[in-house]
Design a protein around this ligand. Structure first.
Ligand code: NI
Length: 137
């Protein structure tokens, strides 16, 4: 098994909150990410594909093709967006790094033309990231 990673970046606004709670309660649960007036993060996304080397091309997957798939299915839907209000695949979800990573996985899992989606890693800050490998792992 061989692995190929494509990295992409985007920036987006969000607010972590539950509507039924007060601002103060939301602050206790979600910290600064509950700011009622939104805030942004510079996200770093790493998409890992696993598979075998194609004997004809010597590639696992053409990384330019993977880049375009990520752009079309993920980056165009999140970059410079408000994740709570504008990103359809996060509708009715609290846009935590966990939920965004799972949403990105679902956007990509059926669209990989060679090998298969192995993991989605999403950094919200330099020090914090979430990695999702699908339901079966
Ligand atoms: Ni935040």
């Amino acid at each position: 098994m061989i692995y190929a990673t494509r990295r992409a970046t985007f920036n987006a606004a969000h607010r972590l909150f539950r509507a039924e709670l007060s601002d103060e309660e939301n602050l206790q649960i979600f910290g600064k990410c509950s700011n009622p007036n939104w805030h942004g993060h510079n996200y770093i996304l790493e998409v890992v594909i696993a598979g075998n080397i194609d004997k004809t091309t010597g590639f696992l997957i053409d990384l330019k093709v993977l880049r375009d798939i990520i752009d079309e299915n993920v980056i165009s839907k999140v970059d410079h967006k408000n994740l709570n209000l504008e990103t359809e695949f996060l509708k009715n979800k609290i846009p935590t790094t966990e939920n965004i990573a799972v949403g990105i996985w679902q956007q990509l899992v059926n669209k990989i033309p060679a090998g298969h989606l192995y993991s989605v890693k999403l950094y919200e800050t330099e020090n914090n990231y979430i990695e999702y490998k699908g339901e079966e792992n």
